[in-house]
Design a protein around this ligand. Structure first.
Ligand code: AMP
Length: 213
């Protein structure tokens, strides 16, 4: 199964992608996670991406397209994959279609997670993320059992550098301008499904499963 999770920052793409990965035994490919790791390890890619990410802007298309092209050709993607945070522009979506076509593959579903901007701000300003496994917590709705420690792997929890109000607002603008048009793009291709991203993680997950199975 080849899936794309669309939706604004804070819609829960990462959380839902992790659940889908467990259920369908296919990899979650998060461009944000790949880029954050590169920044953490100070690789050439990280150095290139850092200032864009810190400012809430998109990393240039050719950089992320190159990453995805290489990643989806690996063997673990043979049974499928979940793209989380890619594509984010029409150029990226076009290149993805081209790459899949050349591999004789097609997307099964594009799931758009819908959530209000006010809800996004509350979710992201209270969010902390595990530096080891990427697990996500929230100061009100999903507190870790031990403060600043990940329940899943014991890693240290930290707030992402781009989860502050000014950068969140910028990311929402960028989403509206560059990523929201992808809904129309995939609607025309006939594989867009929309799911409300309100409610508990489990409720949202069961809505997604209904759509994709
Ligand atoms: P995310 O973890 O998906 O919220 O992504 C965090 C940041 O990584 C974004 O604000 C961008 O700076 C960068 N990023 C992630 N995915 C992409 C993408 N597909 N295209 C461009 N930039 C991206």
């Amino acid at each position: 199964m080849r899936l794309i999770l669309l939706g604004p920052p804070g819609a829960g793409k990462g959380t839902q992608a992790k659940l889908l990965k467990e259920k369908f035994k296919i990899p979650q490919i998060s461009t944000g996670d790949i880029l954050r790791n590169a920044v953490k390890n100070n690789t050439a890619l990280g150095v290139q991406a850092d200032s864009f990410m810190a400012a809430g802007q998109l990393v240039p298309d050719d950089v992320v397209i190159g990453l995805i092209k290489e990643r989806i050709k690996r063997d673990d993607c043979d049974p499928g994959f979940i793209l989380d945070g890619f594509p984010r522009t029409i150029v990226q979506a076009d290149k993805l279609s081209e790459t899949l076509e050349a591999m004789n593959l097609a997307l099964d579903r594009v799931v758009d997670l819908e959530v209000d901007p006010e809800e996004v701000i509350n979710r992201l300003t209270g969010r902390s993320t595990c530096s080891e496994c990427g697990g996500m917590f929230h100061e009100e709705s999903r507190k870790p059992k031990v403060a600043h420690v990940c329940d899943c792997c014991g890693g240290a929890l930290a707030q992402r550098q781009d989860d502050n109000k000014a950068t969140i607002l910028k990311r929402l603008d960028v989403y509206q301008e560059s990523t929201a048009p992808l809904k129309e793009f995939y609607k025309k291709q006939g594989n867009l499904g929309t799911v409300s991203a309100k409610g508990s993680v489990e409720e949202i997950f069961s809505r997604i499963c209904e759509l994709v199975t």
